[in-house]
Design a binder for this molecule. Structure first.
Ligand code: GAL
Length: 450
């Protein structure tokens, strides 16, 4: 009789753990260690089984969201999504845990330390693509296959999100890495047409420089921005397939196209503001707003930033040589194992993946929805980004889509980090041959090239 009672308690406890974890039933046995081995220590009363384990959020529950979105546009977008969440779950206190530094320059290290120390936030920002490997999904994350509806996301994105047979993160947007922002007033005053080739670009820069202007605004303070710009120069020289091949081993890093990209990048650096190493990407953008600089190559979060400054006069084009090529990335949110407020985090992912959440977030962020069913009209709420985002959506539908490396899509984080470091060094050394050989070595070290 006692044995039967133990068995019943055991079964009920196991059942409650399965329900509370909100994972597919098949995942439940993955953590058998938490089931008490000694039935004697288990209270005998089945009353300990929570009555509504899966759905009830305690009134005092919190939700800690970890990201690096502190710049204008980024912060507004995140807040807009928080508002959607709070309208649904007013009892949950949101803790906005940000670590400043574009592209996660500082946040990623803080996050890794927290995960290793057993102190995960309830959800954190990860790029769609191979970046997720950095967070050892099988150790630190829960799959979200049950939360992500593949029918509402484009296939290109789903391909990026699937890692080791599971979806681990909920995508909130699609960003474009390769955008040439420009100040139309300065171009017009100097009789410059928007350049489409490197030759035209550098000729325009000569004219602007002669007029006493900064041709290209750039900040390299956080150590990723040079590599970010270079990621536009690679497809310019190699085309979409050539660029893709660099990350799959089908195209050699010793290819003359890479030499060309490095040389063009070096030429471009001659036209950049002298204080670039002291400025972040957004601080450099002030030169555009102040009519002191004409061009800036940066991802389209810059549109959100311009909007946050009330600046709507910017123009945009693909950087020279990349017409028809969309270097893509996507921001997404994870569900860590042992998230302190797991149910609140699950609801966060539901909001982040929802039409309402994405329509609130993206107009301010300067990105298009990850979902395929957002209404263009919803983007009118931020007039400064509306026209740009309408054109970005069109390009996303028609361009060749290639993955960003600096923002987590194309390569494992370790390779992407080394890539950034090599280009940061190149910004000061200007040594083309050495840099190209270092880049080739990185591909070998990553196990992709022979
Ligand atoms: C990227 C991120 C964008 C934007 C940018 C600058 O890595 O995907 O959402 O925040 O960094 O911080």
């Amino acid at each position: 009789m006692k044995k039967i009672k133990y068995l019943l308690v055991f079964v009920l406890l196991t059942l409650s753990l399965v329900l509370a974890s909100c994972q597919p039933a098949a995942e439940a046995p993955a953590e058998p260690a938490v089931v008490p081995e000694e039935p004697a220590v288990v209270p005998e009363e089945p009353a300990v089984v929570p009555e509504e384990p899966a759905e009830e959020i305690p009134a005092d529950s919190q939700l800690e969201i970890f990201s690096w979105w502190t710049a204008g546009g980024e912060a507004e977008g995140l807040n807009a999504m928080f508002e959607v969440y709070s309208a649904l779950y007013p009892e949950v206190e949101i803790i906005n845990a940000t670590v400043a530094g574009g592209a996660g320059a500082n946040a990623k290290a803080v996050l890794a330390t927290r995960l290793q120390g057993g102190d995960p936030p309830d959800s954190f920002q990860v790029h769609a693509g191979l970046e997720v490997e950095k967070y050892e999904p099988s150790t630190y994350l829960q799959p979200i296959d049950d939360l992500l509806d593949p029918a509402v996301f484009p296939q290109d994105l789903l391909d990026l999100l699937l890692y080791e047979g599971h979806y681990w993160t909920m995508p909130v947007n699609i960003h474009r890495s390769n955008v040439l922002w420009y100040n139309p007033k300065l171009l017009e005053e100097n009789n410059i047409a928007v350049p489409t080739t490197m030759e035209e670009f550098f000729a325009a820069c000569e004219t602007l420089e002669a007029a006493g202007l900064i041709p290209i605004a750039m900040g390299t303070k956080d150590g990723w921005e040079g590599a970010h710009v270079f990621e536009s120069f690679l497809p310019a020289a190699l085309g979409a397939d050539g660029y893709r091949g660099l990350w799959t081993g089908e195209v050699s890093w010793n290819d003359p196209g890479v030499t060309q990209a490095l040389e063009d990048f070096l030429t471009m650096m001659e036209y950049v503001n002298e204080d670039h190493s002291a400025l972040t990407w957004d601080a450099a953008g002030e030169y555009i707003i102040a009519d002191q600089a004409a061009f800036m190559i940066m991802g389209d979060w810059a549109a959100g930033w311009f909007a946050s400054k009330g600046y709507a006069d910017f123009g945009w084009a693909p950087p020279p040589g990349t017409d028809g090529i969309f270097v893509a990335l996507s921001d997404a949110f994870s569900l860590p194992k042992n998230a302190p407020n797991e149910q609140a985090a699950i609801h966060w992912l539901e909001v982040a993946g929802s039409k309402a959440g994405q329509e609130a977030f993206n107009p301010a962020k300067g990105s298009i929805c990850a979902r395929i069913d957002c209404d263009n009209a919803a983007f009118e709420v931020v007039p400064e980004t509306y026209l740009y985002l309408t054109s970005a959506a069109e390009d996303w539908a028609s361009d060749a889509i290639v993955p960003s490396v600096v923002h987590g899509a194309a390569a494992y984080e370790s390779w992407a980090t080394d890539f950034k470091d090599v280009i940061t060094l190149f910004v000061t050394s200007g040594d083309v041959a050495r840099t190209q050989s270092d880049l080739a070595d990185l591909c070998v070290a990553a196990g992709i090239c022979q």
